[in-house]
Write a new protein. Sequence first.
Length: 86
Amino acid sequence: MKVGLLYYLAIVNIITFIVYGIDKLKAKKGRWRIPESTLLLLAIVGGSMGAWCGVRVWHHKTLHKKFKYGIPLILAIQIGLLLYLI
């Protein structure tokens, strides 16, 4: 079961990172954007590391408090839960 969890986390984080990059590209081109609620939901369902990396690498949503403080908080909680499960 632990291996399955690691695969899940790897996949959801890769997807989250890519989605943050897509949203940044859409923002630059003035196109339809991915809702913030979707971006945050991806972090909540296990993609917090991908979200944090997406914020840092793409320089995306860096001024939004929900992302500046929320993503690291979600990441810390998820790391704590992961350590507890292990």
